[in-house]
Design a binder for this molecule. Structure first.
Ligand code: 2DT
Length: 212
């Protein structure tokens, strides 16, 4: 995507089961990086603010029913509609901390029984994260954490399947963090890993595309 050696922001994605702590860790990390003077933004997928995002939100809150393939493609479209803004921000030097990305897309849809390669196909060409922080927790432990909300997918049996499918997506950009540790310990590890990657991107690490 970029053939030059210019400093850029890092694309850091958080993945993990529901209740693994992604949202709190992303928030803490962004405050920390801002405090250090970094240019940083917190993003999340699905982005429910767009018109595609509103269709996704209606589906997740059980206000609408959609075929499994259809909703899969909407989640992907929701990333595609943000792709060029993502590239612009990264090239302008802003680090993006992203709560869920294509890995959620594939893990959740394959957990429903859709074909793995079919699920990956619409993600091809999106920007590849520099780092995926996987907050690792067993579905049972996650369920103990104050329970799930009422959205579709927030059920123990389904989360077990998602957990198995996430494991098939692990690649060299992944760092697995034990999310059963106290929040402060998770936070400390996350900060260290992320800072290393931000530095690599400042030194001109090339942006690449999914899936490689
Ligand atoms: P939140 O609870 O984090 O808002 O997620 N999901 C998410 C998918 O099935 N496919 C995707 O591509 C993405 C990004 C995971 C809402 C739910 O949507 C699921 C949980």
């Amino acid at each position: 995507l970029s053939a030059n050696n210019e400093s850029r922001g890092a694309l850091v994605v958080f993945e993990g089961l529901d209740r693994s702590g992604k949202t709190s860790q992303c928030g803490r990390l962004v405050s920390y990086l801002e405090g250090l003077g970094h240019s940083v933004e917190l993003w999340r997928f699905p982005d429910r603010t767009t018109s595609v995002g509103q269709m996704i939100s209606a589906y997740l809150t059980n206000k609408s029913q959609l075929d499994d393939h259809t909703i899969h493609l909407l989640f992907s479209a929701n990333r595609w509609e943000k792709r060029s803004m993502m590239e612009t921000k990264l090239k302008a030097g802003t680090t993006l901390i992203v709560d869920r990305y294509s890995y959620s897309g594939v893990a959740f849809s394959t957990a429903k029984g859709l074909d793995f390669e079919w699920c990956k196909a619409p993600e091809i060409g999106l920007i590849a994260p520099d780092l995926v922080v996987y907050l690792d927790i067993t579905p049972e432990k996650a369920a103990e954490r104050g329970g799930y909300g009422g959205e579709r997918y927030e059920q123990l049996e389904f989360q077990r399947k998602v957990s198995q499918h996430y494991k098939l997506l692990k690649d060299s950009s992944w760092k697995i963090v034990d999310a059963c540790q106290p929040l402060d310990d998770v936070e400390k590890q996350v900060k260290e890993i992320v800072l290393q990657h931000i530095i690599a991107c400042q030194k001109g690490k090339i942006l690449s595309s999914l899936w490689s």
